[in-house]
Write a protein that binds this ligand. Structure first.
Ligand code: PNS
Length: 167
């Protein structure tokens, strides 16, 4: 049984992430979508909110009988979680060459800390090449329409949260 983990900040999840999740779920027996902490990016949404956004966005996939997607949350070193779950593969999405250097470094570091940890990169689809959680947050903060970028189940919550914060 091949278990893959897709770690990320998901702050918040976008259609770009959903695309990677749906494609990765078809490649492995089990896919764990892991809300993790990126120490270089202080999050806008709490881990619980980010998990909730993922659950609501993926409700349809999560309730199908053959579901192989699990959503979890972890605040420590990713590779510790990877080992604990007996996982085989790390999934990451790549939007452009600019993502590559950082992702490649993480892949090598993770493999160094755990020999069996192979990272598989999935290329973003064309529609998501330009999409990022930070861009979505900026658009929402200034009253823009984010419905094309995040699932409809969570769009209003993101906009309300950000417009309240920016006053
Ligand atoms: O969506 P992001 O912000 O690019 O995801 C990065 C993330 C959260 C996967 C990465 O920062 C991470 O793995 N954080 C957990 C702490 C850790 O293990 N850091 C060392 C990575 S080599």
């Amino acid at each position: 049984m091949k278990t893959a983990i897709y770690p990320g900040s998901f702050d918040p999840v976008t259609y770009g992430h959903i695309d990677i999740i749906e494609r990765a779920a078809k490649l492995f027996d089990r896919l764990i979508v892991l809300v993790s902490t990126n120490p270089t990016k202080p999050p806008t949404f709490s881990p619980a909110q980010r998990v909730d956004f993922l659950q609501r966005s993926l409700r349809k996939s999560l309730t199908t009988p053959e579901v192989n997607i699990e959503i979890d949350c972890h605040s420590g070193l990713f590779i510790d979680y990877f080992k604990k779950r007996g996982a085989n593969v790390i999934v990451k999405g790549l939007r452009a060459m600019s993502d590559f250097e950082y992702e490649f470094q993480m892949a090598l570091l993770n493999k160094d800390m755990c020999l069996g940890a192979e990272t598989v990169f999935l290329s973003a689809n064309v529609a998501s090449m330009f999409l990022s959680s930070s861009a979505v947050k900026q658009i929402a903060q200034f009253g823009g329409d984010i419905s094309a970028f995040v699932p409809h189940q969570i769009a209003d919550d993101i906009t309300n949260h950000l417009s309240t914060r920016s006053g």
